[in-house]
Design a protein around this ligand. Sequence first.
Ligand SMILES: NC(=O)c1ccc[n+]([C@@H]2O[C@H](COP(=O)([O-])OP(=O)(O)OC[C@H]3O[C@@H](n4cnc5c(N)ncnc54)[C@H](OP(=O)(O)O)[C@@H]3O)[C@@H](O)[C@H]2O)c1
Length: 299
Amino acid sequence: MSSGRDPRSALGLIGLGNMGTAIAERLLAAGYELSVHNRSPEKAEPLRAGGATVCETARELAGAVDIVLTSLADDDALEGVAAEVASAAKPGTLLVDFSTVSPAASARVAAVAEGASLLYLRAPVSGNPSVVRAGNLTFITSGPPEALERAESTLLAIGRTIHDVGEGEQARVVKLAINLVIGGLAELMAEALVLSETSGVSRAALLETMGESAAGAPFVQYKTEPLLRDDYAATFTTRLMEKDIDLVLAEAASAGVLLPLGSELKKRLRAAVDAGYGDDDFMALFPYLRDQSTEAVLP
Ligand SMILES: NC(=O)c1ccc[n+]([C@@H]2O[C@H](COP(=O)([O-])OP(=O)(O)OC[C@H]3O[C@@H](n4cnc5c(N)ncnc54)[C@H](OP(=O)(O)O)[C@@H]3O)[C@@H](O)[C@H]2O)c1
């Protein structure tokens, strides 16, 4: 099959969580030669069976490829891995990071990359593992234009759309702004569902009508089927959404702006994690609120 790939680039991917695994599978299916590494080595085994070369360390991977892709949980994970990559990668290696991290941590990674003569593209993503598997992932990029030029064919082998938003940390801010809205939508949908069901409206009637209304964002449509099944298996956990809202609030504090609903959302997510919903999908804000509402009306 013609993949449109750049035959000169050897690719490596570090971080085989929910997103990284789906991205690796897509690159292998597109015919790329791919090296992979994960902190917990067992997650790499199914990819070895799919044709990937498994590296024991991030350094081993970085020394062997031209483009290093990373999909990692948070600031600490990215900074740790970037330091290892920088210590072993050849000058001119391209580092492309898909993680959702703070602009401050990303700027520190940029300095480390520059010190090692690496090109660095910020490429946080909008989507979830099913969106990756369907080939519909969206990248929000920022960094030097030559970094995007070198990454473009690889990104388009994984996903469909690239929004390039600047030459510094802008992509990190745009990603956080989108997750502020998505997290807020989840909480407001939870409130709309609790209100409607308590007032005698069926869940299906509310979700189908809302989905076709001015409030019918794609997010409402993605969540309708799982909500109808009361299925909260995570595509993105409540814990990771809390992490993203923490990053949003830290950025707001450093920019000196108030985000009143963002601050409330943080409290709702923390309380849902404390109530045991941390590893569920963040749409579990709905059953969490439903439990609380039931408790509130009981004598
Ligand atoms: N899931 C989504 O729908 C989605 C959508 C958009 C963006 N994102 C973002 O994409 C990133 C990855 O998300 P995910 O859902 O794939 O998360 P995940 O399933 O929790 O995977 C996290 C990955 O980071 C690695 N990791 C964590 N701490 C590390 C450390 N200190 N050193 C080295 N590796 C470390 C984990 O390794 P181990 O396997 O060893 O734990 C794992 O490979 C996150 O920044 C998330 O916010 C996720």
